[in-house]
Ligand binder design. Structure first.
Ligand code: HEC
Ligand code: HEC
Length: 573
């Protein structure tokens, strides 16, 4: 009800402000933080729609005159949008778990239907004929199939579970869809007509943030974390800790479940000595060329697959999405942290103009901290940001050989920062009594960056304290209940104390690292179902293995049922 009222008010404001037609005068624009994150041209190519995550608005841009024609409020937190061939628009309301079907009338959009699609919907893509769409539901590890009958409301046609937290989607021929892992390197191909998973494969990759098709290849932008390389100055400067790359995988191999994608793909590494390319993100394809945003350094790179040398130009802060005008001559880049679009001439690889999406209020310390978290300039020569390892505040699942444990030679898993505010002391060995010391250490010794100022440290900390733990995975209720009883009976809660499921002390539970250390602070078990592997060095591939293979803190061999129940309970946290 409240939401309906807000939406009506939002639309009413919009009508008042924009009814006169023409460009919106600057002094009449509402001042709000927008954080543009997704772009799509309308079916007629005459407008560019910009989904603003934080304001829940969609900016409507005239791509010829480069003016803002309207900014209707359609939700409270948007994560994506796409335009159907008939001109209707699909948008995702992330916090409410809803798909919005929007009707466009001139430079206005209104919500015609809402459909509950599942927890944390992050990407929506429609099939080429517009009869069906898919929505990736991040924390639910599933993809919802939406049927879109012409002229009628959308309906949930089914749901396909995937064995990872999904983010990007790429529609493929024959009702198939490629789904990419949000954190690690898994790729799944789904058959949406049969509603089944056709294949799941792994790439040596994390942070897959851009996907497209170039000729006969699928193009992916991603990173690679080199776990055996210590985060020393020289290694950081040569870009040896994190690889920022573009990968070309033959489409035929993507569609063939038994093809080895690692062997058949070609990779272009971005960045050179003195000029890193932290966090490649959204991409678009024009002719034989990829137009790629580099979120951490505020740049756009252009490249054909045959070249290793991709020219780069500067755009705004945090460019994450790019859309090509139908003519192909211009590209529009969403600068998430400058609340603006950069207009680029694709033929000459030049920057034309920065277009502000409107007035913004002064930023809070946490909002400034969020910008720092995504800023590759915090690292020596721009090779990585906090986001490179702690993807969206979570973890890329890899290991890194940082000085966090006081020495090199024993790489540790990147810890998730979701819920990190109340899980002190920090670091695997619990050596960081306050969060600020950990942040200084991360910049100084992991990223080899300039020391943070007091204000930067406070801002980063304020941001980290806003990160809530992810929702647990739902499972069989009986198993979860039995698992909880076993957890209590086995005294797991001695060290993993609810509600944070950690505790301040350190313990030797017999898991030794490469340099002989075995005393660790119990990791929080909240969000355990979203971890890619377990223990400080990822030695357990699944939650079950923690108990079956490593017998972690169990007095006797547990039965298969007991292990399944315990794992179901841990996944629900
Ligand atoms: C190259 C990968 C990498 C980068 C970049 C990185 N971290 Fe980390 N981070 C790690 C690893 C690995 C650990 C665990 C290290 C350990 O405890 O030995 C960690 C631990 C942490 C922790 C402790 C979490 C806990 O629950 O104890 C915090 C907080 C943190 N990092 C914040 C940051 C911030 C903020 C940035 C950016 C300024 C950053 N990190 C950059 C890899 C990285
Ligand atoms: C004496 C303290 C202690 C007790 C009791 C204990 N744990 Fe742990 N637990 C730890 C420590 C310390 C680690 C980290 C070990 C490492 O990674 O080297 C850990 C790791 C884990 C992990 C892996 C988490 C991750 O993110 O890698 C899981 C799961 C876990 N414990 C579950 C349990 C369960 C279930 C029980 C009861 C059967 C239990 N623990 C009992 C201290 C304890």
């Amino acid at each position: 009800m409240l939401r309906a009222v807000t939406a009506v008010l939002g639309v009413a404001c919009f009508v008042l402000v924009f009814a006169v037609g023409g460009e919106v005068p600057r002094d009449r624009q509402p001042a709000h933080l927008r954080r543009p994150i997704a772009l799509s041209f309308t079916e007629d190519g005459r407008r560019l729609l910009v989904a603003n995550q934080r304001s829940g608005t969609i900016s409507i841009v005239d791509p010829e005159s480069l003016t803002i024609r309207g900014e209707p409020a359609v939700g409270s937190r948007l994560s994506d949008l796409c335009v159907l061939p008939d001109g209707r628009v699909l948008a995702l309301e992330e916090s409410a778990g809803e798909l919005l079907l929007l009707q466009r009338k001139g430079d206005d959009l209104h919500v015609a239907h809402r459909l509950a699609v599942g927890k944390s919907p992050v990407t929506v893509r429609a099939a080429a004929d517009g009869s069906r769409a898919c929505v990736a539901c991040l924390w639910e590890h599933s993809v919802a199939i939406i049927e879109l009958p012409a002229g009628r409301s959308p309906v949930l046609g089914g749901r396909i579970a995937v064995p990872f937290a999904p983010r990007l989607l790429l529609p493929l021929p024959k009702d198939q869809v490629l789904v990419a892992d949000s954190f690690g390197g898994k790729l799944a191909v789904l058959d949406t007509a049969m509603q089944r998973v056709a294949s799941v494969r792994s790439l040596p990759a994390h942070n897959i943030r851009g996907v497209g098709v170039l000729g006969r290849d699928v193009v992916l932008s991603h990173q690679v974390l080199h776990e055996d390389t210590p985060t020393q100055e020289n290694e950081v400067r040569w870009g040896n800790i994190i690889g920022n790359m573009v990968r070309f995988v033959p489409l035929d191999d993507v569609l063939r479940p038994d093809a080895d994608l690692v062997r058949s793909s070609r990779v272009v590494g971005l960045g050179e000595f003195g000029h890193g390319a932290a966090d490649p993100a959204g991409l678009a394809v024009r002719g034989g060329e990829v137009v790629l945003t580099i979120a951490g350094t505020g740049e756009v790179a252009f490249g054909p697959q045959s070249s290793k040398d991709w020219p780069r130009i500067r755009v705004g802060q945090g460019p994450t999405a790019v859309a090509l005008a139908p003519s192909g001559r211009r590209a529009f880049v969403a600068n998430t942290f400058s609340d603006s679009l950069s207009v680029i001439c694709t033929a000459r690889h030049t920057f034309e103009k920065e277009l502000s999406l409107g007035l913004t209020p002064p930023l809070s310390p946490a909002e400034r901290g969020e910008e720092l978290f995504h800023d590759g300039r915090l690292s020596r020569e721009g090779w990585m940001s906090c986001q490179s390892c702690h993807t969206d505040g979570h973890s890329n699942g890899g290991r890194s050989d940082t000085l966090g444990d006081g020495s090199y030679g024993a790489p540790k898993r990147v810890l998730s920062l979701l819920g990190v505010g109340d899980t002190g002391p920090w670091a695997w060995n619990g050596s960081m009594a306050d969060l600020k010391s950990q942040l200084r250490q991360s910049v100084r010794s992991t990223m080899q960056g300039e020391p943070l100022t007091e204000e930067q440290t406070a801002n980063l900390e304020a941001f980290l304290r806003t990160l809530a733990p992810p929702p647990g995975l739902s499972g069989d209720e009986g198993a979860v209940r039995r698992g909880k009883a076993a957890f209590d009976k086995l005294s797991c809660n001695r060290c993993h104390v609810p509600p944070t499921y950690t505790s301040p002390r350190t313990y030797d539970v017999g898991v030794k690292d490469e340099v002989g250390k075995s005393v660790f602070n119990p990791p929080s078990l909240r969000g355990a179902g979203h971890a890619l592997a377990f223990f400080h060095d990822n030695r357990a591939a699944t939650l079950e293995e923690v108990f079956t293979r490593f017998h972690h803190q169990v007095p006797r061999e547990l039965s298969r049922g007991e292990v399944e129940d315990l794992a179901a309970f841990l996944r629900s946290l």
